[in-house]
Structure formats: C-alpha cells, structure tokens
Design a protein around this ligand. Structure first.
Ligand code: FES
Length: 117
C-alpha cells in the first residue's frame, strides 16, 4: 500500500461500522459515576445479541473501557461516523440498530454532543 495515502476511504476496512460501548463499572457512590452504574450492562448485552441475531457481520462490536465522559453514561460510539449515543432503554438499542447500524441514519434524539472546554 502506498504510504502517502491521504484518502482513508481507500484503505480496506474490516467493518462497515464499529461500535465501542463503555463497560466500566464503578461503585454507585463514586464521584465520577460510570456507565456500568448507569445501567450499561443489559443494554450492551442486547446490542451484542441484536448484532449477532440480525446477522450484521459488517458491524464490529467492542466492549470498551472508560470513554471519558462518565457522568453522561451509558455511552457508546459508532464509527466511522464518530457518533456518540446515550441509550437508556432496550427500545433505544433497537432504534440504533435499525436506524443507524442497518440504514446509516442518525438517531438524533439519542446523540450526545460534547463541547471542548
Ligand atoms: S465510565 Fe463510561 S465513559 Fe467513563
């Protein structure tokens, strides 16, 4: 591969989309909070099951460590778009799967936008 490639779309990709979902669990009273304490685990289980059961072989799913915005959790990010979502219900997960992961459309009501300080 040419080392001067600047159009990243030329680079072969393993997945069409890749989801990273924070699985960090801190005690409920921890001052930073955590996605785990905010109920992430059953949501990510549903997400993983949906991706597998729906045969989304072009979608990668990685349970990650802390993504850095703990009090806003549960948080997940979808690449290559770089969209941060904060789902809180199983229905939210289903909507992200159907709308974004399958159809490439934004689930605007669940988007988290972080401003740099
Ligand atoms: S604990 Fe999930 S972003 Fe930090």
């Amino acid at each position: 591969m040419d080392s001067q490639v600047t159009d990243f779309s030329e680079v072969p990709q393993l997945y069409k989309r890749h989801v990273f979902a924070c699985h960090t669990q801190r005690p409920p009273t921890h001052p930073r909070g955590s996605c785990g304490a905010a109920g992430a685990q059953p949501l990510w289980e549903r997400l993983g099951n949906r991706i597998g059961n729906d045969g989304l072989t072009d979608v990668g799913f990685t349970v990650s460590g802390c993504l850095g915005f703990c009090s806003a959790g549960p948080l997940m990010v979808v690449y290559p778009e770089g969209i941060w979502y904060r789902p809180t219900t199983p229905e939210d997960i289903d909507e992200i799967v159907e709308t974004h992961l399958k159809n490439g459309e934004l689930v605007e009501r669940l988007v988290m936008v972080f401003a740099r300080a």
